[in-house]
Write a protein that binds this ligand. Structure first.
Ligand code: AMP
Length: 541
């Protein structure tokens, strides 16, 4: 027997409808690429998103067609999130930080029909346009006055397209399992792989993201996604903020410490989210300028491990609570966030900072386990570590165009991360499976060693990689970028590990470099580092 409840599909358009009706006067504030700060309301965003859908119809876009964006966090990109998906087409966010060849590959693989781009990316588009066979139109996300002089074919101006429409448009109703958007996973090897989200998975993910134990967004908040909208839907924040009716603050292309601070202060941001590098920049700016952050309450950090020292500094100097989060493109992306549980009220500061190094607990909707090489589940005791597997309502089942499912016979997706899970359900990533260091048959966590190194005041950034060793197979090498003015030596750094980890975990040596290589999403590019230090002669050999 079926239940007798309304069968209303979970569609992305419904989130903006809600925001416009019940929070119509709430602002969306953007730092534009053209310069000025732009502000308008959810009500205006809805009206313009509908005009965008009409314009897309006029350009020949229909259900299921892919529409690409190359854009920063801003109000026009927000309209594309809703206008494209709302009409039944697929909004494809491309990461402009990828290599040119990868962007061309992605455009062709997705067969994007229209590309919307910020002014920043004109020359990039000019380079890739000849190879973009499926693209019928390039739309520059600006007004007529700022249209660039460019050789791009089939060129349109965003504002001119919208001006031609009247907004008399009803969102179509369709199956909630319809594809809504796509992102390519930023794998460090091979070609990027397309992850295709559905309306249903996106709405459920946004609903979860809004809850107190995830991003904790309410109508009283001002939320600023510093994580780019081209990196896994800005962790779902544009959707979750609409669903909550929260004020939305978009930082545009300016992600340096001073610009981020200005947006936080001027717009009274209460919650923000981004990768550790962004917060390093903000902390550095606050320290140098002696500035404070008044209303900023929660800083969600993910994408890479948030060092303990960052939690301590954010909280003790600036009164901001760090919430460590973990996720993946294949998970829409949220998997875990680290909030305390009932019964933890009496945690000491030290115990709290120790807990915050962990990536957190899953919310309802995400299930996880750790397994050994034989795919047997390991104990969740906070000690055993193995490959992390997940399943859930917003976990991908298959890559776009690929053969076969990405989950195993029992329905679990192998994340490629190595983790422990403790008795309270807190998951702690120790490595990517390919980055773990194997010394004498035992595993050493590179993330834990990096965390300790960046806790030293003389260290700006650190990476630990395994280098070949004749006796132990691999031994850890610490690669360090010193802080400006610091002259810390290798011996001092190695001494810093004593008493913090087992003796055999302490790196065999330290190499100092000017900068570390990063992927397009800001993760350490360890493959490159391993190649650079392939023939490094450890003093222990
Ligand atoms: P992406 O698909 O680009 O979002 O990358 C997902 C991967 O980033 C995960 O599988 C992890 O390896 C890594 N990652 C994300 N968040 C964290 C975190 N808080 N700590 C450590 N690694 C993380």
């Amino acid at each position: 027997m079926l239940g007798l409840m309304m069968d209303k599909p979970l569609l992305i358009s419904s989130m903006l409808d809600y925001a416009a009706k019940y929070h119509g006067g709430t602002e969306i504030v953007s730092r534009t690429v053209e310069g000025p700060i732009h502000r308008y309301t959810y009500a205006e965003a809805l009206a313009r998103s509908k005009r965008l859908s009409q314009a897309l119809h006029r350009l020949g876009i229909g259900m299921g067609d892919r529409v690409a964006t190359l854009a920063w966090n801003g109000f026009r990109h927000f309209e594309l999130y809703f206008g494209v998906s709302g009409m039944g087409a697929v909004c494809h966010m491309i990461n402009p930080r990828l290599f040119e060849g990868q962007i061309s590959y992605i455009l062709n693989d997705a067969e994007d029909k229209v590309v919307f781009a910020d002014l920043t990316f004109i020359s990039l588009l000019e380079e890739i346009a000849p190879a973009a066979k499926s693209v019928k139109a390039f739309v520059i996300m600006t007004d007529k006055a700022n249209m660039p002089d460019t050789s791009l074919p089939n060129l349109y101006c965003y504002e001119t397209l919208l001006d031609a429409e009247n907004g008399n448009f009803d969102w179509p109703l369709f199956d909630e399992n319809t594809a809504s958007s796509m992102c390519y996973s930023s794998g460090t090897t091979g070609n990027p792989k397309g992850v295709l989200y559905s309306h249903r998975s996106t709405v459920l993910h946004a609903w979860a993201a809004m809850t107190p134990d995830m991003l904790n967004i309410s109508a009283a908040d001002a939320v600023m996604p510093v994580v780019p909208m081209f990196h896994v839907n800005a962790w779902g924040i544009p959707y979750a903020a609409s669903m909550a009716g929260a004020k939305l603050v978009m930082p545009g292309a300016a992600m340096d410490g001073a610009s981020i601070h200005e947006m936080i202060e001027c717009e009274d941001v209460t919650i923000s989210a981004g990768v550790p590098t962004v917060w390093l920049g903000l902390l550095d700016y606050l320290e140098r300028s002696g500035s404070k952050v008044d209303n900023f309450k929660y800083c969600v950090i993910g994408g890479s491990a948030a060092p303990r020292a960052m939690s301590v500094e954010m909280e003790q100097k600036y009164g901001v609570q760090v919430l460590h989060a973990w996720g993946m493109t294949e998970m829409s992306p949220l998997g875990t966030v680290n909030w305390p549980k009932n019964g933890m009220e009496d945690e000491t500061d030290e115990a709290r900072y120790d807990r915050q190094i962990k990536q957190g607990r899953p919310c309802y909707g995400v299930d996880m386990k750790i397994v050994n090489d034989a795919n047997e589940a390991l104990p969740e005791d906070g000690k055993a570590f193995g490959e992390l597997k997940v399943r859930g309502f917003w976990v991908s089942s298959k890559y776009y165009r690929a053969e076969g499912n990405i989950y195993d016979a029992d329905g679990w997706f192998a994340t490629g991360d190595v983790a422990t899970i403790d008795t309270d359900g807190y998951m702690h990533i120790t490595d990517r499976s390919k980055d773990v260091i194997k010394s004498g048959g035992e595993w050493i966590s590179s993330i834990e060693l990096e965390n300790i190194a960046v806790g030293h005041p003389g260290v700006f950034e650190a990476a630990v990689i395994g280098v070949p060793h004749p006796k132990w197979d691999e031994r850890p090498l610490l690669v360090v970028v010193r802080n400006e003015g610091s002259e810390i030596s290798a011996a001092e750094l190695l001494a810093f590990y004593v008493g913090k980890v087992a003796k055999w975990w302490i790196p065999d040596d330290v190499a100092f470099v000017d900068r570390l290589p990063h992927t397009a999403t800001g993760k350490l590019l360890k493959m490159d580092l391993r190649a650079t230090f392939e023939n490094y002669k450890l003093p222990t050999i």
